[in-house]
Design a protein around this ligand. Structure first.
Ligand code: CTP
Length: 397
């Protein structure tokens, strides 16, 4: 039994929220309702009290009930947040991070998966501002049950009708299952670039931002895995609950990954390891006059290859950054590094790959099956990659 938080906002379809609540209860879950103050003008919280068997939360500051800290306590317990019906206003508030009522404050405090079922007039749902807000939330991992076409409260026919309660419940239950799909597994993720120092000031590195690896770690956590994130230097905020292990050079990264490899079930090598380092690195800053035009470089260890050689049942995922012959080059890397899956991306395309928020990839497994993805946010791509990893693991067992 999980605790599901049902956010209910002020749409005429508010009565359907009762069926959504019932649907989750029938599936064996406990439901805590949060009504926005405007929704509480349409229906009494008492209705939801009696259906849920719990006191419905309306106000952020309530003299009789100290809800002001309850959003934090509830955020820790919640396994899923479903907002049905969701107005354009609550979607805009979530997208902008406005926290001026209990529901929007709870959204910011909670780490659980979020499902939103919008309900509004057609012009509002199709307004570019609403579409922008929805896309912004999608990029952060929020999922939507799109509104249907039909008769609307304003008397019009059109898009904006709340999806059927059973569709919302089914999708919510899927998200709940997915939030536990990696439960009990240890996932080791590497991310970001490495830096290979010439002296204390100068180094060789690459354009990696670490975003893809961080999103892979974030999504693994969202699916219930224990996550160790070995990270090169990045400006990304590490996901809460991941064990963060900083590693600056390829040699550091190799050491940290090899140490943790035997206890890992799945390894995602998203780091862009610098291919060369400077042998005989100086401990003192080299004066520029002393630097000749020809610097000696030596290859760094191929960490992924070393992991492939030591593989004992771990599922090994590599990444391939290519500008030419994407598929053929990626397939060669699967064989050379004994991978189970490779995520290949063309880093010559504008707006994708290195340091971009979006990516587009070919996912190729060891059996040669190739799946292409459209351009999407790195968060959404991480979900596609984890779905493929889980499907492959399912076929193994
Ligand atoms: N990799 C690694 N150690 C290295 C270089 C790469 O572990 N020294 C890993 C990367 O993390 C990635 C995969 O190998 O998961 C492929 O990296 P990529 O840079 O695409 O390929 P390389 O093996 O470096 O080959 P090339 O640069 O010739 O394409």
């Amino acid at each position: 039994m999980a605790k599901i938080v049902l956010g209910v906002t002020s749409s005429v379809s508010i009565y359907k929220a009762c069926e959504v609540l019932r649907g989750f209860q029938k599936a064996g879950h406990e439901v805590q309702v949060i009504l926005t103050p405007n929704a509480a003008k349409l229906v009494s919280p008492l209705l939801f009290n009696s259906l849920s068997g719990r006191r419905t939360i309306v106000e952020l500051f309530d003299e009789d009930h100290p809800w002001s800290i309850a959003h934090v306590a509830l955020a820790k317990e919640a396994a899923l947040l479903v907002v049905a019906p969701a107005t354009a206003n609550i979607i805009a508030k979530f997208a902008a991070g406005v926290a001026d009522d209990f529901l929007s404050t709870f959204y910011l405090a909670a780490d659980a998966p979020v499902l939103i079922a919008p309900a509004m007039n057609e012009a509002m749902v199709l307004h570019p501002q609403t579409r922008d807000n929805m896309n912004r939330l999608r990029r952060r991992g929020v999922e939507f049950v799109e509104p249907a076409k039909g008769y609307l409260a304003c008397g019009d026919e059109g898009w904006g009708r709340l999806a059927e309660p059973e569709v919302i419940v089914r999708r919510g239950l899927e998200l709940l299952r997915r939030s536990l799909s990696l439960d009990g597994r240890t996932v080791l993720v590497s991310a970001g670039p490495t830096r290979e120092y010439l002296d204390p000031v100068r180094f060789l590195s690459n354009r990696s931002s670490g975003k893809m690896g961080y999103e892979m770690a974030r999504e693994a956590l969202a699916r219930g895995a224990k996550v160790v994130l070995v990270s090169g230097p990045t400006h990304e905020v590490p996901p809460a609950r991941a064990e963060l292990v900083p590693a600056e050079t390829a040699a550091d990264m190799k050491k940290e990954l090899l140490k943790r490899f035997p206890k890992s079930d799945i390894v995602v090598m998203a780091a862009a390891v610098a291919d060369f380092s400077f042998p005989g690195q100086s401990g003192r800053k080299i004066k520029k006059q002393a630097l000749s035009g020809d610097l000696k470089i030596a290859p760094t260890p191929d960490i992924l290859k070393a992991l492939g050689e030591r593989k004992k049942g771990q599922f090994l995922v590599g990444f391939a950054a290519e500008t030419d012959d994407l598929e053929a080059n990626a397939v060669k890397k699967i064989k050379a590094k004994r991978l189970d899956l490779i995520v290949a991306n063309d880093v010559s395309g504008p707006g994708i790959g290195f340091d971009a928020d979006e990516n587009q990839a070919l996912l190729i497994d060891a059996g040669g099956r190739v799946r292409g993805t459209p351009k999407m946010s790195k968060r959404e791509l991480s979900r596609v990659i984890w779905d493929v990893i889980e499907a492959s693991l399912g076929q193994r067992s």
